[in-house]
Design a protein around this ligand. Sequence first.
Ligand SMILES: Nc1ncnc2c1ncn2[C@@H]1O[C@H](COP(=O)(O)OP(=O)(O)OP(=O)(O)O)[C@@H](O)[C@H]1O
Length: 275
Amino acid sequence: MSEIVLETRGITRDYHIGGGLFGAGRTIHALKGIDLTLEKGKTLAIVGESGCGKSTLARIITMIDAPTSGELLIDGAKVDITKKRLDSDMRRKVQIVFQNPYGSLNPRQRIGDVLMEPLIINENVPEAERRERAMAMLTKVGLQPEHFNRYPHMFSGGQRQRIAIARALMLNPRLLVLDEPVSALDLSVQAQVLNLLADLQDEFGLTFVFISHDLSVVRYIADEVMVMYYGEAVEYGTRDEVFQNPQHDYTKTLFAATPRADVESIRKRLAAKAA
Ligand SMILES: Nc1ncnc2c1ncn2[C@@H]1O[C@H](COP(=O)(O)OP(=O)(O)OP(=O)(O)O)[C@@H](O)[C@H]1O
C-alpha cells in the first residue's frame, strides 16, 4: 500500500493589505483551494511565475504559516499550527532548503556547528554522537570530514547548497521542500546538486516538493507537476501527462516558451474570461 506523506485539502490563504481606520483595504487571494496528495519517495514540482503563490504554499507546508482555510496533513495527521506548541515531532518531519545558500548560512558558524545545531535544539544527543552524525552527513552530501571546522565563505555556491541540504537532513525528515534550490548555481553545478538530491531521495526514501520556474529542471526531477496561476492549481498530474498534454492556456504558453508579450495577452484573455 502506498504511504501518503503530504496532503492538502482546499488550502486557501488570503492576505489583507492596506485599510486602516477609514479604508476597507484589499484582500489578495494568494491560494485558492489547493488540493494535493504526495506519496512517499515521490517528487512534486510546483511551477509558475512570480507571485502565483508558490512560496505561500511552501510556507504552509513547512508549517511556518497557517492557511486561511483548508487542511494540511503530514503522514495522515492533521496539522494545526495555531496550537500553542505544535508537536516537535511533526515539525521535524518537514524541512526546507532555500534558493540562496549564501543567505541561509550564518557566516560566523563553522560547518560542523551548522550541522550539529538541529541535534542540540531537537534531540538530547551526546556531543560525541552529534559529531559523528554530522561527519557522516558531510560525506553523504559529497563533502569531506576536514570541512567540519571551516566557515561558509570558504565554500563554493554548490558546496554551500550541499551544506544546506545536509543541515535539512540532520533530523531525518520525511519531506523536503526545495525552494528553487539550484536556481542560483551555474549550470554544471546545478546538474551535480540535482543528482545528489536524486541519490539522497533513494537512499533515505525522501519525499520532495520542488519549487522551480525552470522547466528543464522540472522535467528532469519531477514525478508529478503542479502548475500554479494566480493562486490556483491550473494543472496537476504526472510529469508526462502535464508535459505531453497541457490543458490550460497558461501552461501551453509556458511550455511553448513564447515571448513575454504572448504570455501577457493570454493573461489578459483569461482575466477577461473570469470577469
Ligand atoms: N506577507 C504578505 N502580505 C501581503 N501579500 C503577500 C504576502 N506574501 C505574499 N503576498 C502576495 O501573495 C501572492 C503570492 O505570493 P508568493 O510569494 O506566494 O508567490 P510566488 O509564486 O512564490 O512568487 P516568487 O516566485 O516571486 O516568490 C502575491 O500576490 C504576493 O504579492
